[in-house]
Design a protein. Structure first.
Length: 104
């Protein structure tokens, strides 16, 4: 069964760039390690301080457990937050990924 975690939060303005860099580090490490069974997307809202993370994964194990960059992202997250995050858990019903430029 595919499960999902959705997290939305706002960061203080002076921490936004640092937060984005930490997220990019997580994405780089995940690409290098490929933990398997994970679809992960991170978004930064146009306001520059809002972020949304969507992780869809197989099973019950934490796909980020072995990711050092993810641990670093969380190390001082409380200090960067402007308000508590909104966290939701879900079960994936299905997904659709449309044709991208160059796909045919």
């Amino acid at each position: 069964m595919r499960r999902a975690a959705v997290v939305q939060y706002h960061i203080s303005a002076d921490s936004a760039e640092h937060n984005r860099n930490l997220i990019e580090d997580v994405l780089i490490e995940l690409a290098a390690r490929d933990p398997g069974g994970l679809d992960y997307q991170a978004f930064q809202f146009e306001d520059g301080v809002g972020f949304l993370h969507v992780a869809v994964f197989d099973g019950t194990t934490d796909p980020f457990a072995e990711c050092g960059a993810h641990q670093e992202f969380h190390r001082e997250l409380r200090q960067r937050l402007a308000a508590p995050p909104i966290v939701g858990r879900a079960v994936l019903i299905g997904s659709y990924f449309g044709t991208r430029c160059g796909d045919a």
